[in-house]
Design a protein around this ligand. Structure first.
Ligand code: FPP
Length: 242
């Protein structure tokens, strides 16, 4: 077994966000249909949850389906929805075993009804757990999230419960989809792409970005540790001097 890159236990991030990219390319390289890449990607999701448990990472947020992904071929969208449903049904027991809470954020009403039911059921069944939080971003877009927050804030101004002069950064943050979850410390993107792709636009303001060469299905424990080791080599300044 490959050795795990060493990590400083005192600098484990509290929140890791991941753009799980490259499922299709991984499948193509193996001569497999794209959906097989997504299936192998689901195994990487399971492994990522375990790594977070082992290291004590409290929040893991995964970009599983974007608002833009609906334009993909119908067969792929349907396959992904089926896979999500299966993932929730088959992996709920592991969330119970690890004591990890499940959340989903995004325009969840766009998701098929059966997936919405599973999301609601697993969210409720795991809501009391405190060992960690797995958040899946589904039909998610960073701009959509900020637009939805703006709408909610405007509604409060219109009904007189909020004054325009009291709106500040905290007000916006408090109207995002998951205001209780702290901002990510690190954002990992797999498969070498250097884009943010409308992911957590507000929340990633001060996150370190780590881009890894492996495609998501090949991103397992060793690769996750290597990405965290890279994060630990960075010096975070939050606008201050070094
Ligand atoms: C990006 O790869 C990946 C996605 C659009 C979907 C992510 C989904 C999974 C990892 C599997 C299902 C998730 C869960 C939580 C069970 P891509 O298809 O854009 O890859 P490409 O750029 O190589 O085509």
């Amino acid at each position: 077994m490959a050795e795990l890159p060493p990590l400083d236990p005192k600098r484990i991030p509290r929140h890791v966000a991941i753009i799980m990219d490259g499922n299709g390319r991984w499948a193509k390289a193996q001569g497999l249909p794209r959906l097989k890449g997504h299936e192998a990607g689901a195994d990487s999701v399971r492994e990522a949850v375990r790594v977070c448990r082992d290291l004590g990472i409290q929040y893991l947020t995964l970009y599983a389906f974007s608002v833009e992904n609906w334009i993909r071929p119908k067969t792929e969208v349907r396959g992904l929805m089926r896979l999500l449903h299966k993932f929730l049904t088959e992996n709920e027991y592991e969330l119970h075993e690890h004591g990890v809470r499940f959340r989903a954020i995004g325009r969840l009403k766009d998701m098929p009804k059966a997936v919405q039911r599973e999301i609601n059921r697993v969210t409720k069944a795991t809501s009391e757990y405190t060992n960690g939080t797995l958040t899946l971003c589904l039909s998610y877009g960073g701009r959509a999230e900020i637009a939805d927050a703006t709408k909610a804030i405007a509604a409060k101004v219109a009904d007189g419960t909020l004054r325009v002069k009291d709106i500040d950064e905290k007000t916006v943050a408090n109207h995002l989809y998951a205001p209780d979850i702290p901002d990510p410390d690190v954002m990992i993107r797999t498969s070498g792409e250097m884009r943010i792709s409308n992911f957590l636009l507000w929340q990633l303001s001060y996150a370190e970005f780590v881009i890894t060469e492996e495609c998501w299905p090949a991103f397992r424990e060793v690769e996750f540790h290597a990405a965290l080791a890279e994060f630990q080599r960075r010096q975070r300044r939050f606008g201050d001097i070094g």
